[in-house]
Design a protein around this ligand. Structure first.
Ligand code: FAD
Length: 498
């Protein structure tokens, strides 16, 4: 087990487990409550598999009324709740608590309304990301944010993590594609935010909820913007002698006013692993590989292809291929899309980091990562959304070798500190969860964090929804108005900290 501490389980809740199971069975009958240890086992972790914790109970509601009653019961009885979608979070957002209900939303799997005239679709949160596109593609539409996990991850999880993907450079992250939400608060109240219309009065609570990592409420319905598929898409596969050359090319493409549909980069280790895995035809004599996809009307795409090719040559590109068919374009992407599992074949374990930096700092940060790799004695493969500066360094380690996980975590923390130091942020799309929780003070001042926690208190004053995630220190809501930390000494020392 590793260094990240979670809130100490409440013994009085553990002692009341039987009673809590019975009460929840009364709300969600049949197979909707799982309390058998073997059957709960699949829920003990998410995709941050270094951390595991059995939940108190797993509950799988099927109706909004049931979600409302479960949350109301937990609120009245001081029971913590961890919402869960498909469990693909890479930041430990869905990690259970020993004294908490794990609320799985995967039975909410219906597409409720498809409205081509208003270019939107309303779905339940357990529908997969790809399921949204599948529901509308027969009319030439698609849902743009496309995390690599799109075949499995749920729309509810996408909202909670503000997920992104290859096409977010041009079409925006989840937050730019959500029009409306229904959510249940910890008190059991059901609220609706936004809708099919484009803007609404009052505070922009829709934006607040997107990226709130299950700390403010449970999403039960989502209205998403859908787009018409572009007329044409073509891609360039560009190899460079150094990552710095590739980084400069990325910056110059954007500086020239070109916004590709996707612009992804891989370093040597990732290229070799991906090529060995899927035979995408990647050059093996380059240090960095860039995939640039241009989409839109055919004449525009052809013009942009020529301009990007010229910029690549100016930045010392040593290898350029331009797709001439849809099949070839898909082959270019095949290696990138399989890069994570490909890296999984060359190392027993890896940690996937997720920092974001200003694009111009790419060469500096890549060089810094090489130094850190030497310092920590671990290899790093880089696969990233180059266009929006979102890095995904994969730190390779072996969990069976004593000390390697700790070294990998220290390496990861150093990478994120480097991202913040050059003007970037701790997370681009995977969320804070438990993974980056203790690094939040690197990014935010004590006052910043207190103000964010006051927002949390407005929704959940007893910290029952997903506690232990995102915030490095839990404050009692009442103290937030007047707390002063002097020389590191916290007032109210009786409050349980972790
Ligand atoms: C191989 C792989 C590739 C990935 N690639 C990408 C990528 O390209 N881009 C990207 O952004 N992410 C990526 N991810 C991360 C992950 O898939 C996303 O964060 C995804 O949005 C999580 O969705 P989920 O349904 O699995 O949520 P979970 O993991 O179940 O939960 C994630 C968070 O959402 C909360 N939550 C879930 N459902 C609800 C709900 N209904 N209401 C309120 N809160 C809720 C949970 O409490 C938790 O905090 C990848 C993961 C893997 C394993």
């Amino acid at each position: 087990m590793t260094a990240i501490l979670m809130p100490v389980p409440d013994q009085s809740i553990l002692a009341r487990r039987r009673e809590i199971v019975a009460a929840l069975q009364g709300i969600v009958p049949g197979e909707g409550v799982i309390d058998d240890e073997t059957e709960m086992r699949p829920y003990e972790t998410d995709a941050l598999t270094a951390y595991r914790q059995m939940p108190l109970i797993v509950v799988l509601p099927e109706t909004v009324e049931q979600v409302s009653q479960v949350l109301c019961y937990c609120h009245e009885n001081g029971v913590k709740v961890v919402p869960r979608g498909a469990g693909t979070s890479l930041s430990g957002g869905a990690l259970p608590l020993a004294d908490g209900v794990l609320l799985s939303m995967m039975k909410f799997n219906q597409v409720l309304d498809i409205d081509f005239a208003n270019r939107c679709v309303t779905v339940q949160p357990g529908v997969t990301n790809l399921g949204v596109t599948r529901a509308v593609e027969h009319e030439g539409f698609y849902y743009a944010p496309d995390p690599s996990s799109q075949i499995a991850c749920s729309v509810g999880g996408n909202i909670a993590e503000n997920s992104g993907g290859v096409h977010c450079l041009k079409y925006g992250l989840t937050t730019n594609n959500v029009l409306g939400l229904e959510m249940v608060l910890i008190t059991g109240e059901v609220i609706r935010l936004g809708g099919k219309h484009l803007d609404s009065e009052g505070y922009d609570l829709l934006a607040l909820m997107t990226g709130s990592e299950g700390l403010l409420g449970v999403v039960t319905e989502v209205t998403l913007r859908i787009l018409q598929k572009p007329e044409t898409a073509r891609a360039l596969l560009v190899g460079f002698p150094t990552s710095e050359d590739g980084g400069r090319c990325v910056a110059e493409i954007i500086a020239n006013g070109i916004i590709p549909g996707g612009m992804e980069m891989m370093d040597k280790l990732a290229i070799d692993a991906a090529e060995a895995f899927v035979n995408a035809g990647y050059p093996l004599d380059v240090e960095a590989l860039l995939i640039v996809e241009l989409d839109g009307p055919e004449a525009e795409v052809n013009d942009l292809i020529e301009r990007v090719e010229a910029i690549a040559l100016k930045n010392k590109a040593s290898h350029i291929r331009i797709s001439t068919s849809e099949e070839e374009r898909m082959t270019f992407w095949a290696g990138r899309k399989a890069a994570f599992p490909a890296v999984g074949r060359i190392s027993p374990d890896y940690l996937c980091m997720d920092g974001t930096i200003p694009r111009r700092e790419l060469p500096k940060v890549l060089a810094g990562m090489r130094d850190l790799s030497e310092k920590h004695g671990l290899r790093v493969a880089n696969v990233f959304h180059a266009g929006d500066g979102n890095l995904h360094p994969l730190i390779l380690y072996d969990a069976n070798k004593p000390g390697e996980l700790e070294a990998a975590e220290a390496f990861g923390a150093d990478i994120l500190r480097l991202c913040v130091a050059v003007g970037g942020v701790l997370t681009g799309e995977h969320g804070v969860g438990i993974e980056k929780r203790d690094l939040m003070p690197e990014m935010f001042s004590e006052d910043d964090l207190k103000q964010q926690q006051r927002v949390k208190c407005a929704f959940d004053e007893n910290h029952l929804l997903n506690p232990g995630k995102v915030f490095p220190v839990l404050h009692r809501c009442a103290e937030l108005g007047r707390m002063h930390v002097h020389k590191g000494k916290l007032p109210f020392p009786d409050i349980p900290r972790f």
